[in-house]
Design a protein around this ligand. Structure first.
Ligand code: TEU
Length: 537
């Protein structure tokens, strides 16, 4: 298997607007990220993924870009960006940017020109039609919005403020490739590519049999030609790492995007867990991991993550953010850092930050949730019932500000935060974590160190045991004569297992564990709630 730097890397995702506010305007900013680089570096991560900070009206928190080559004022200036990039490199880390090229903001100059007249030279930078179809968008009941000026509809996979670019237009592709070179020439180390499999549209926009299954938005004919052209015109000329955000994809299709030799992307995120598993389901998770290992191992590279800026924090969604918060946080961390694929740490995950429940829709910011709430209440449904229904998976669950200490606003800002700080900041914060040698932070730090010192967690084969067990996830990673056994009790109940059922005769040294007192002499083990233990065997 080809060894590369990015296969051995751990990525830390920085949602800058919620990271640290350096100027008291209530928003995190790039200067704030710069000031926290020593903290980030101390975790041992290799790559920072910076969510979009390009100029934007901020309808979708930066995923509606109005100028790809300037920095959003609330984030800072290009000079600050350059300072941040240089400081990341000085610390031996890399920085990847979010590439959002399926759509722009409706305030982008391209769209303003395109919508101004039927015969405007930039008209077909976007997708215009006289009639619509029955497709839903991610953030609206229809993918079409009527534009009075020219009496036609334009297409948007997300909100009406995010018109899709027309990738069939070569001029559009050239504009995007030039923009990518602009950022790569500044020295960034690659891109996280936003819904990159949506670039190609289903020819003719036929009505869908089931419009609520929006998978018609992705993986359409032409997508691989676009990505191979992007690789040929841009990526192959740089040492650029790429990870594609790829919803609606199977392992077989995924291989078409990340297969070695396909000359498209290096790695990907699939969403079989985060988009379709609202709560923890061990059997389903095991089956997903088995299919993706079977589909990609030795041929392409996968990612491992359980939360990000779009998905509720792992301890709240899949673990236990009360009695077993620390145990479930470290149990899931062990899972993510020992499964095959590249681990992603979402800011705050390393200190066990939790999701929130705001009591009013007015406290939420997420356009996806607010649009859905308006749509459902607009049907006459009880607002309280709709709010309760949407809270669990609201994207704002993971967007509350980073909790630095127990001072007002968790030390995030001296001003009024753009979104409320989780009230539990007084006891869940970085300062507390750094002062406690047994904190979640130091457990993450140790996991990341272990990955750096032991290639078995990166390149080792993956064999599972106790497959029918609903609480225990047991698997080995093996590379040459080095083999690790990972035992995870992903449940609130105790679970008793026999070591012999895990394919090993004798346990070796304990590599890492989240409970004290475990030894390697046991033949039968009673694992505690959310206990994680890794042995050399
Ligand atoms: O997200 C794509 C998207 O719609 C996700 O929310 C989806 O539920 C899943 O995570 C991928 O299937 C990207 C960005 O991450 C998100 O923040 C943006 O709002 C969206 O694209 C539009 O750019």
């Amino acid at each position: 298997m080809n060894k590369t730097w990015w296969k051995e890397a751990v990525v830390y995702q920085v949602y800058w607007r919620s990271y640290y506010d350096s100027n008291g305007d209530g928003y995190g900013d790039l200067e704030g990220v710069y000031q926290k680089l020593d903290y980030i570096q101390s975790l041992g991560v290799d790559v920072l993924w910076l969510n979009p900070c390009y100029d934007s009206p901020d309808v979708d928190n930066g995923y509606d870009i109005s100028d790809y080559r300037s920095i959003m004022p609330k984030a800072g200036t290009m000079a600050t960006f350059d300072k941040l990039l240089s400081a990341v490199h000085d610390r031996g880390m890399k920085l990847i940017m979010d590439l959002v090229v399926n759509h722009t903001s409706d305030q982008h100059s391209w769209f303003k020109e395109s919508r101004s007249a039927i015969d405007n030279p930039k008209r077909d930078y976007y997708i215009w039609r006289k009639e619509t179809n029955n497709w839903r968008s991610y953030f609206a009941p229809s993918t079409w919005t009527y534009d009075d000026t020219t009496g036609e509809y334009y297409f948007h996979s997300f909100s009406k403020e995010q018109p899709d670019l027309n990738w069939e237009n070569e001029k559009v592709r050239q504009e995007i490739y030039a923009m990518m070179r602009f950022w790569l020439d500044k020295g960034i180390d690659g891109f996280r590519m936003d819904v990159i499999n949506l670039l190609a549209k289903l020819p003719g926009f036929p009505n869908a049999e089931n419009p609520t299954d929006i998978s018609y938005l992705g993986n359409n004919p032409g997508i691989h030609e676009y990505l191979q052209e992007m690789h040929d015109k841009v990526l192959k000329h740089y040492d650029a790492f790429t990870v594609g955000e790829i919803p609606f994809v199977s392992p077989e299709d995924g291989l078409l995007y990340v297969g070695e030799g396909r000359d498209e992307l290096n790695t990907m995120f699939h969403f079989e867990v985060c988009d379709y598993m609202a709560h923890w389901d061990m059997q389903r998770f095991k089956q997903i991991q088995a299919r993706w290992y079977e589909g990609l191992w030795g041929k392409g590279w996968n990612s491992q993550f359980l939360n990000n800026h779009d998905h509720t924090r792992v301890v709240t969604r899949f673990g236990n953010d009360a009695e077993y918060r620390e145990q479930s946080a470290t149990c899931f961390a062990t899972l993510i850092h020992t499964l095959p694929g590249m681990p992603y740490v979402y800011q705050g995950e390393e200190i066990g930050m939790t999701g929130i429940r705001f009591s009013s829709i007015d406290e939420y910011n997420d356009i996806s949730m607010k649009n859905k709430y308006a749509e459902e209440v607009g049907k006459g449904r009880d607002p309280e019932e709709v709010l309760k229904e949407l809270q669990h998976l609201s994207r704002d669950n993971s967007r509350t500000p980073m909790q630095w200490n127990d001072s007002p606003q968790g030390g995030f800002t001296e001003g009024k935060p753009w979104i409320a700080v989780n009230p539990n900041y007084a006891n869940i914060n970085v300062e507390q974590a750094l002062s406690d040698p047994n904190s979640i932070f130091y457990y993450y730090k140790k996991l990341i160190e272990l990955r750096k010192r032991n290639e078995v967690t990166v390149y080792g084969s993956f064999t599972t045991y106790l497959d029918e067990h609903d609480q225990i996830y047991a698997y080995t990673r093996t590379l040459g004569d080095e083999s690790w056994l990972v035992l995870l009790n992903i449940s609130e109940q105790h679970a008793t297992i026999s070591v012999a059922d895990c394919g090993v005769e004798k346990l070796g040294e304990i590599v890492i564990s989240n409970y004290a007192g475990r030894n390697n002499q046991e033949k039968v083990m009673e694992l505690q709630p959310y206990e994680a233990v890794v042995y050399r065997v």
